[in-house]
Design a protein around this ligand. Structure first.
Ligand SMILES: [Zn+2]
Ligand SMILES: [Zn+2]
Length: 779
């Protein structure tokens, strides 16, 4: 190095090596480097390797310095630079001519990123709507800034041969674009055109073309069928959607019936922001989120004037809306001229279909027509779902489902041995980690049917291969009955014994890790179900801890869940258990609240009360989610649910935000633990319901009560432990009213409030938390 420096000073020339890691492959980084080097008249080369992008440049020292600055500051918009190192090198001088792009090198640790799938960029959209362009109306148009990535990757390095595009041989025109460093399709691995790329077809259930028009122009025929009220299964980026006109009541109802989906809202897709804005009220942050390269589904407040069938989201204040993110969607939305329902191509809770044959088989009874294409999907990926919430003075994203567009972006963890985390049971994700990075999987789903279990197991193998992680330890939930736990314990090929991580501790650690912290902090972790260290079900927890340890400082008053899992689907059972608890040790079972009388036979009510009293088939739980269920049932909002969290969601919808007089919800110290005694709260609500108080007022006051009591107990615990940071997480905090009230209350007392934003507050964040905990315990 010293010799090089002296030589450099003599010649007024400098050579540096620049290593750039992060999301820098498949995003147009090398053409950016190439153009920058040419414009600065530098010699050298750029190449992808497993670390990321490696560059050497040589030339006038001022130009070299400008290169080092601008290579980062002018990087392509979708690139994410994590590390950039610069090193002086010996000169090569006349031995080198100009600047070149070299072939990939395969050496080094696997650090380069496989990028997420990206929504079609504006340049590609212009082409597909330009009649003079050779890609006019071509449904598989993409470039280096957009298109499929993660969903088509089969192996590494990220090259066409390792994707599901391998079978398509580029025509001369596409190859020329691919080879030209100044073209925006330079090394765009899925590059294709009508001459050489994938094709699309519209068929019926028996896989026959439906008409001559369909054989000639499948896109136009599909759009016409949709416009006329058909339900069409559309193969997209990560799987199939079921589509129909959003303003066609008959079509939407038919879709609900066929999908066996009674109430859960459907997502919509609209042509552009203007069409979205006719459906929902949008602020600038929501517009930005909708049109970000990730193009998630965004939940926003629906407009009363928006022309949407009632069956899209019965009784809901919000609609889930997204913009078209592939050329297929752009063409359909433009041709139909109206927003479409775009819901997962599945029946009930099965995973979405993503293979043509499977879709025809599984969705045969659901869709009238199938819009199929012959570019295979390597990994099934759902749409991501987000909303914006106010935490203190700041609006931040609340991730409800993290999948397409966000996976497989890595998240930071403390360095440690290579790990696998198998996550929780519902809304499962898994994660692998090594060298200070964790890759959390796409949304796998609820591990309760064979199809989902297969996709869990295949997903783990895929991630291990893609990121070259050979785990030395597996970490899992404490719940012995979870499939993810059994999967972890049955696999013994790890160097270290498996490690169980308490569910709510994982929630706390995940949030801290996301913010690059390891605690200590107070965590208010509220959800439906998580296995406790004492073998009971937890879910209304105030924890004090850090990534490596925690203690349970406070929790909700325990009650029985009469009938176990049945209590989750039948909130009236929780109303019964809570009323029994609130009435103390009275010999008689509580009377059936009037709101439940039409639905619950006295005989069943008495039987459930007997279960709660005896404890038979009635595990003890401190679940905040079940308290919300009980209150929803007492108010007559929901006696039974048909999707997870439905009662709590409808309770929030019912709440009058101006009804703020709290109910009694006292705190009781018992040894070192504080109990949030909800018995007087439940008794007061039952009295109000009996007296005919408006449900909106009861629901509003209930939310206020939970928020204020949470603030109070967190403050007590924080003062006792001298802490200023509070984490709010767990699925119950998907409730915006509760989240915003609680965080505002804590902030007004001077606490720093952290709420997860890169990962869901629900169990989709558990695997990452398991990694964060295990890494800390190993240090
Ligand atoms: Zn593009
Ligand atoms: Zn071509």
């Amino acid at each position: 190095m010293v010799r090089a420096t002296i030589f450099m000073a003599m010649t007024l020339t400098r050579r540096v090596g620049v290593l750039i890691s992060g999301t820098v492959q498949g995003v147009g980084f090398r053409p950016h480097v190439y153009r920058l080097a040419l414009s600065l008249e530098l010699a050298g080369f750029v190449r992808n390797d497993k670390q990321g992008v490696a560059v050497e440049v040589e030339g006038e020292p001022g130009a070299v310095q400008a290169f080092v600055t601008r290579v980062a500051s002018e990087a392509p918009p979708i690139a994410r630079i994590e590390h950039l190192t610069v090193q002086d090198l010996p000169l090569r001088g006349v031995a080198e001519h100009g600047f070149t792009i070299e072939a990939s090198s395969d050496v080094g640790a696997m650090r380069a990123s496989i990028t997420p799938d990206l929504a079609t960029c504006s340049a590609c959209v212009r082409e597909i709507f330009d009649p003079r362009d050779r890609r006019f109306r071509y449904p598989f148009t993409n470039c280096t800034s957009c298109g499929p990535r993660f969903t088509i990757v089969r192996g590494t390095p990220y090259d066409r041969a390792n994707t599901t595009m391998a079978a398509f041989v580029m025509c001369a025109a596409c190859q020329a674009e691919y080879d030209d460093p100044l073209n925006r399709r330079f090394h765009a691995q899925p590059n294709a055109c009508p001459q050489c790329g994938p094709t699309i077809e519209l068929v019926d259930r028996t896989r026959h073309p439906v008409s001559l028009e369909a054989a000639r122009d499948a896109m136009a025929a599909a759009a016409r069928a949709l416009a006329n009220g058909a339900i069409v299964a559309v193969k997209g980026l990560g799987g199939f959607h079921l589509a129909c006109r959003a303003d066609d009541e008959t079509a939407v109802r038919a879709l609900r019936d066929r999908k066996h989906r009674a109430d859960k809202p459907f997502a919509l897709m609209a042509r552009d922001l203007e069409q979205v804005a006719a459906l929902v009220a949008l602020d600038p942050e929501e517009r930005a989120l909708l049109s970000s390269p990730e193009h998630p589904i965004v939940l926003a407040r629906r407009r009363s004037a928006g022309r949407v069938a009632d069956a899209v989201a019965p009784g809901h204040r919000d609609l889930g809306v997204m913009l078209p993110y592939t050329p297929v969607h752009h063409l359909l939305l433009a041709d139909v001229g109206a927003p479409l329902v775009m819901t997962s191509g599945n029946v009930s809770d099965e995973p979405i279909a993503f293979e043509n044959d499977d879709a025809l088989r599984r969705l045969g009874g659901l869709a009238d027509l199938f819009l199929l294409h012959n570019r295979p999907i390597a990994t099934r990926v759902d749409d991501s779902v987000m909303r914006l919430v106010r935490v203190g003075g700041r609006r931040q994203p609340l991730m409800l489902r993290r999948s397409r567009g966000y996976v497989p972006v890595s998240l930071p963890v403390n360095p440690g041995p290579p790990l696998l985390a198998t996550g929780a049971e519902l809304k499962n994700t898994f994660a692998v980690a090594k060298d200070g990075r964790a890759w959390v999987s796409h949304h796998i789903g609820d591990l309760e049917n064979l199809e989902t279990l297969n996709s869990f197991e295949a997903g783990i193998e895929h991630f291990r291969m893609l990121f070259e992680v050979t785990p030395e330890r597996v970490t899992h939930d404490l719940h012995p009955g979870y499939f993810s736990t059994r999967y972890a314990l049955e696999r013994t090929a790890f160097a270290c014994p498996p490690r169980g991580v308490q569910h709510h501790h994982a929630h706390l650690a995940a949030c801290l890790a996301e913010y690059g912290e390891s605690g200590p902090a107070v965590g208010a972790i509220y959800d439906g179900t998580g296995y406790g260290t004492d073998g009971t079900i937890w879910g209304g927890e105030i924890l004090v801890g850090a990534a490596g340890r925690f203690e349970r400082a406070a929790h909700l008053w325990p009650v029985r869940l009469p009938g176990g899992a049945a209590a989750i689907w039948q909130p009236w059972r929780m109303a019964c258990a809570w009323l029994l608890e609130a009435s103390g040790t009275a010999a008689d079972p509580p009377a059936i609240p009037p709101a439940l009388m039409p639905y619950v036979e006295p005989r069943r009510w008495r039987a459930v009360a007997a279960l709660a009293r005896s404890g038979e088939h009635a595990p003890v739980a401190t679940s905040m989610g079940r308290l919300f269920d009980a209150v929803a049932a007492l108010c007559g909002i929901r006696h039974q649910v048909n999707y997870e969290g439905q009662a709590a969601i409808e309770l929030e919808l019912a709440a009058d935000p101006d009804a703020r007089e709290p109910y009694p919800f006292p705190l009781q110290r018992r040894d070192a633990v504080t109990l949030l005694d909800a018995r007087p709260l439940v008794a007061a609500i039952a009295r109000d319901a009996l007296a005919g108080c408006p449900v909106a007022a009861i629901a509003g006051r209930f939310h206020e009560t939970v928020a204020t009591t949470t603030v109070q107990v967190v403050r007590d615990v924080a003062e006792r432990h001298g802490m200023k940071t509070v984490v709010l997480s767990g699925g119950v905090f998907q409730n915006v009213l509760l989240l915003e009230r609680t965080s505002a209350g804590l902030q007004s007392l001077g606490y720093r409030v952290l709420v997860p934003q890169d990962l869901p507050v629900n169990d989709g964040g558990i695997a990452y938390g398991q990694i964060a905990v295990a890494v800390s315990m190993d240090r």
